[in-house]
Each structure stands twice: as structure tokens, then as C-alpha cells.
Design a protein around this ligand. Structure first.
Ligand SMILES: Nc1ncnc2c1ncn2[C@@H]1O[C@H](COP(=O)(O)OP(=O)(O)O)[C@@H](O)[C@H]1O
Ligand SMILES: [Mg+2]
Length: 374
């Protein structure tokens, strides 16, 4: 069948209400075919609701959900070319691994021949590296292995889209990192679209090729991991995706000069809509350097208050009179002078003003970013 669209999934002005609760508002979103998209945001922001509308487990209150260019309103889950791995993946405890994976295929009508079912189940188990575990009981499998059984069960009937709701949340940190790599590999091998829900920014940035940042039922930014990290659309994204230092400032001279709390001034790149008024300058901890002497225009005298050793890097807390407290991350390879900095020492904190982001201090509701790549 010819493809109807370059997008596997489209949301057009989708709003979902549960009674008096509005879970998501006016969502416009395109998920391109073959993408690995992460829906990222804090608990309760509407991620699962979006995923369930893709899967057909919920219907939009307003707007339309399209799959492969066809409107899906009213189309139930079992008639959609998508499969979902639920947050609490329920495996059948009295079935063995193979029976769990093959269950959906056995229910299909017209019937699939037993030999074909076995072949497909074995293939799905190979894909998740559980080739030798077909006859094991579920309770004999570790948490990570059970997660893979749930994955095999979801890919066995070859959906064009796989929906994953916090699939790694129950796993410990080491296993989670290993599974992040495996999920990425699996997605490339299958060549299908993955939509992953997570509240963990590291997980979203490391696995997905598109990150959709959500807050309070709305999309704040959609972009590649690099885009949302390096060019956050607003303060929420800057804070949620990675760590951010905030400096209160006032925009002057038609948006070309920033006056900081200590009285110093920085040159700014004029931005439309930010000519004057209170702003927040946001700067990543790793974009700040610590030096013994002042370097360049954006260099401020401060004191180191804490140092946290993190193995390959170190984090410093630095207080600058008039500006406040800063978090500074220093890669130990790139660190020479700062490697020796001890708590209590006087230091200069500096950054390249081009690495800083300037946002309005007061965000009115009209300024809340509603992203659309439609
Ligand atoms: N079945 C439901 N009935 C009523 N409210 C719901 C239901 N499901 C979700 N909600 C509410 O909708 C909002 C978004 O929920 P959800 O999509 O589960 O968020 P997330 O997955 O990002 O944590 C929350 O306020 C939640 O309480
Ligand atoms: Mg959820």
C-alpha cells in the first residue's frame, strides 16, 4: 500500500478533557516516519494522555489525530497500526516467555499457522536478545528481562509505530543505561517510528532524535536534543532540560545592553520583543569558566563555597556579590587552574555572553510558547 503521508502521526489542535480536567491543550505535532521522538516533561503534564490518544485508548475532545495521513477519531486501538508498551507492562505470569510473546498472534483472525507464529515469536525474541529464553517462566526472569519480553510482545506483529510509556522507569540505573542503548539499536533495526514518554531529560536527550518538551498540557518546544539543550525556547525548557544558572538583569539601550545586579553591563544581541525591562539571563553550568584572574568583559569576582567531586568532572558552587549563587561544572580534562580550586578561595567566574540566553522575567500567558512543526 502506498504511503499516505511522510508523518506516521499528526496531532491537529488536539485538546483532551477528562471531565473538568483539561489534560492537554491545543497540541499540534508531527511525528515523521522512522523518527525516535521523546515526549518529555514533569509528571502530570499530559504525556501519557498524548500517547494514549495515539494508541486509540483515548479519543481527543477537540481536534484530530492522524496516522499515516488518515484521521483516526473513533478508530479503536486494535484497528490502528501501532502498539503500546504500558508503564506497568502486564505479562501473563502463568505463561512462559514464548507464550507471552505469541499471545497476540494466536488471537488473530483469520488464524496464523502455528509454525508461522513460532517463527515470528522466535524472531521477536532474537530482536530483544532473549533467543535462549523462550521456555522460561516469567517469574524466572529479572526485571530487565521482563521488560524485554514486553518489548518483544509489542513488536511481534510488526506495528509501524511503537508507543513506549516510561518503559525503563522500573529498572535500576545501570540496567537503564544498557536498555537505552538497546532500545536505540532496536529502533534502527526495525526501522519503525518510536514515541517514548519519559520525565527523565537525560533519557530523552540520549535516545531520541526529536524531543518534544511539554509542561502543563502544552508543547513548549520541539527539536533535536541539541536544539532544545543549546537553544531552549523559554525558561521552563532551559530549567527542565539540563541545569541552568539564572541571573536577574535589566535590558537597556533598545535591547543591546544588559545591566546586571552588581551594576556591571554586558553587550547583548538585540532580540525582538525584548528591548527593555526585566529579564533573566540563563547560562549552563558547563558554559562558565573559573579563572584566577579576570578574563574578558563578562568576568566576575566571587568565592567558591562548595566542590563536589563527580569522577570525570567536578561541580563548584560559587557566590558572586550582587549576582547570587552559581553552579559551575568543569570537565577534569579541560580543567587546569580550576582543578585546584578549593572551597573558600577567591576566583573569577566568566562566560561568553553569546552562550547565555535572555528571557523575559515575567512570562505572560500570551508568551507561552506553543510549538508547532506542522
Ligand atoms: N482518566 C483520567 N481521569 C481524570 N484525569 C486524568 C485521567 N488521566 C489523566 N488525568 C489528568 O490529566 C493530566 C495529565 O495526565 P497524564 O497524561 O497521565 O500526565 P503524565 O503522563 O505527563 O504524567 C493530569 O492532571 C492527570 O491527573
Ligand atoms: Mg504518564
Amino acid at each position: 500500500m502506498a504511503s499516505a503521508s511522510t508523518n506516521d502521526i499528526e496531532f491537529r489542535s488536539v485538546t483532551k478533557n477528562y471531565g473538568a480536567v483539561t489534560a492537554v491543550t491545543d497540541i499540534n505535532l508531527n511525528v515523521p516516519k522512522g523518527a525516535f521522538l521523546a515526549l518529555l516533561g514533569p509528571s502530570g503534564c499530559g504525556k501519557t494522555t498524548c500517547l494514549r490518544m495515539m494508541g486509540g485508548f483515548e479519543q481527543p475532545s477537540e481536534g484530530a489525530v492522524l496516522i499515516d495521513g488518515r484521521e483516526m477519531n473513533g478508530v479503536p486501538a486494535y484497528r490502528r497500526p501501532v502498539n503500546m508498551v504500558f508503564q506497568h507492562y502486564a505479562l501473563f505470569p502463568h505463561f512462559n516467555v514464548e507464550q507471552n510473546v505469541a499471545y497476540g498472534l494466536r488471537q488473530m483472525r483469520p488464524r496464523i499457522a502455528a509454525a508461522e507464529i513460532n517463527r515470528r515469536a522466535a524472531e521477536a525474541l532474537e530482536m530483544v536478545r532473549l533467543g535462549g529464553f523462550a521456555k522460561r517462566r516469567i517469574h524466572e526472569m529479572s526485571g530487565g528481562q521482563q521488560q524485554r519480553v514486553a518489548l518483544a510482545r509489542a513488536i511481534v506483529n510488526r506495528p509501524s509505530v511503537l508507543l513506549l510509556d516510561e518503559p525503563l522507569a522500573a529498572l535500576d540505573k545501570k540496567l537503564r543505561s544498557a536498555m537505552q542503548i538497546e532500545l536505540q539499536t532496536l529502533q534502527r533495526e526495525l526501522g519503525i517510528t518510536f514515541v517514548l514518554v519519559t520525565h527523565d531529560q537525560e533519557e530523552a536527550l540520549s535516545m531520541a532524535d526529536l524531543v518534544c518538551v511539554m509542561s502543563a498540557g502544552r508543547i513548549r518546544q520541539l527539536g533535536t536534543p541539541q536544539e532544545v539543550y543549546d537553544r531552549p525556547a523559554d525558561l521552563f525548557v532551559a530549567d527542565f532540560v539540563g541545569k541552568t544558572n539564572r541571573i536577574g538583569a535589566t535590558m537597556e539601550a533598545g535591547g543591546t545592553r544588559l545591566r546586571l545586579g552588581d551594576g556591571s553591563a554586558l553587550a547583548a544581541n538585540a532580540r525582538p520583543g525584548l528591548a527593555t525591562g526585566d529579564v533573566i539571563v540563563a547560562i549552563r553550568p558547563e558554559a562558565i569558566r573559573l579563572t584566577r584572574a579576570a578574563v574578558g568583559s563578562a568576568s566576575f569576582a566571587g568565592t567558591v563555597t562548595h566542590r563536589i567531586f563527580l569522577g570525570s568532572s567536578a561541580e563548584y558552587a560559587v557566590t558572586v556579590p550582587g549576582l547570587g549563587d552559581f553552579l559551575v561544572t568543569a570537565d577534569r580534562r579541560g580543567m587546569n587552574e580550576s582543578d585546584l580550586v578549593e572551597p573558600g578561595e577567591a576566583i573569577f567566574l566568566g562566560f561568553d555572553p553569546d552562550m547565555a540566553h535572555v528571557f523575559p522575567a515575567q512570562v505572560s500567558s500570551a508568551q507561552v510558547f506553543s510549538a508547532s512543526n506542522a
